[in-house]
Design a protein around this ligand. Structure first.
Ligand SMILES: NC(=O)c1ccc[n+]([C@@H]2O[C@H](COP(=O)([O-])OP(=O)(O)OC[C@H]3O[C@@H](n4cnc5c(N)ncnc54)[C@H](O)[C@@H]3O)[C@@H](O)[C@H]2O)c1
Length: 344
């Protein structure tokens, strides 16, 4: 399709994030919402009213079959991934945009990636925080060389793993030039959150050896360092890099700060995670990539998968002990293995 034409979109799962996506697609004149789906008819009706009464269904399979969109976007809870990926691939969609986490196990993640790779379907995963001005500022400082040679990247979040760790690792990799990981060591504790709709150990920590020599340190959940200067609990994330001549870090709900070789003390600036600010460029990048295969989306699924793989390696290390080499193959489902391995 040539630039300027509209891409048709079906959005499935019209909760918080589905509505954010639908709004961003509607606000971008490169897209047309051609279909909406939710199993909750009241939500579906309200969304249809808001987004111009496109085709609707409570059944994603039949909607996709009748609409055959260019873009299939789904924003369901993490329990529903592979089935919808397969429906999207079968519908002939050229790009599938979906929410983190990619899957609930490495086995499922590998099946997701196999399905889209075999069908040459592009994927984009919602790690859209990186569009925040404070995130971009930290990336810019690190990339400019102002903190010297980066030796460590880090990320912490109060929120638990399936909510937050893929965000943290994705941005750590971005701050580290998207380097591949070689091995991971992990430790975990607590089984309460394994029952959550984002099933996770209550706390997980990981050390990552990146192929470029940089060390990654990640912690997520109950036990991760607090970020008391941020009011809103879910935004208590701190992600940054240390170099030979300084550091730069972003607080998801509290701006950025740095010391650089020329800064003569701490410098800082504002910024707060904001869906209304971050979703428009995230969605615009989807049209750019469909227009031009060279304009690969920064949140492309292949890159997101590398972060997901690191997270799964942390879980495997907590169960098996020791270094887990990347890439990972199939194995025991990580959450079930953690449920057995962690003490009550
Ligand atoms: N990227 C981010 O910043 C961010 C922020 C919050 C949540 N998320 C992620 O977004 C995802 C969705 O979270 P949410 O808070 O929007 O959830 P939600 O519960 O608000 O919405 C999920 C919707 O999916 C619908 N649904 C469930 N099964 C369905 C099916 N088979 N077919 C059609 N619809 C179905 C539900 O009825 C509900 O309306 C999660 O994976 C979460 O981790 C991402």
């Amino acid at each position: 399709m040539s630039a300027g034409q509209k891409y048709s979109v079906v959005v499935v799962g019209l909760g918080k994030r589905g509505m954010h996506h639908a709004q961003a697609f509607q606000d971008n004149d490169r897209f047309e919402i051609a279909g909406l789906c939710d199993i909750d008819p009241t939500r579906l009706e309200a969304a249809a009213k808001q987004f111009g009464q496109p085709k609707t269904s409570t059944d994603a399979a039949s909607l996709l079959k009748s609409v055959r969109p260019d873009v299939f976007c789904f924003c369901t809870l993490p329990q529903l991934r592979l089935e919808l990926i397969r429906l999207g691939v079968d519908s002939g969609a050229r790009l599938i945009a979906f929410e983190k986490p990619i899957a609930l196990s490495m086995n499922e993640g590998l099946q997701v990636m196999d399905a889209v790779r075999q069908a040459h379907v592009k994927t984009v995963v919602s790690h859209q925080h990186r569009y925040g001005d404070h995130y971009k500022k930290v990336k810019e400082i690190i990339a400019s060389g102002a903190i010297g040679r980066v030796h460590t990247v880090y990320g912490t979040a109060s929120g638990w793993m399936m909510h937050m760790a893929t965000h943290l690792i994705d941005y750590m990799r971005w701050f580290n030039d998207n380097a591949d990981a070689e091995w991971v060591v992990g430790q975990a504790s607590g089984k309460e959150k394994l029952k959550d709709n984002h099933p996770s150990p209550d706390y997980i920590a990981g050390l990552i050896q990146f192929a470029n020599g940089v060390r990654g340190i990640v912690e997520s959940g109950d036990g991760a360092p607090d970020v008391p200067e941020v009011d809103y609990w879910w935004r208590r994330c701190r992600i940054g890099a240390q170099g030979t001549e300084g550091f730069a870090e972003v607080l998801t709900g509290g701006g950025w700060r740095a010391i650089t070789k020329d800064s003569k003390g701490v410098i800082s600036g504002p910024g707060c995670m904001d869906y209304a600010h971050d979703m428009p460029p995230y969605v615009a990048g989807i049209a750019d990539w469909l227009d031009d295969p060279e304009k690969i989306h920064p949140c492309n699924g292949e890159s997101a998968f590398k972060g997901f793989e690191i997270m799964m390696a942390m879980c495997r290390s907590a169960v098996e002990r020791g270094k887990i080499k990347i890439p990972l193959g199939p194995g025991d489902p990580e959450l079930e293995a953690l449920a057995k391995a962690l003490p009550d």
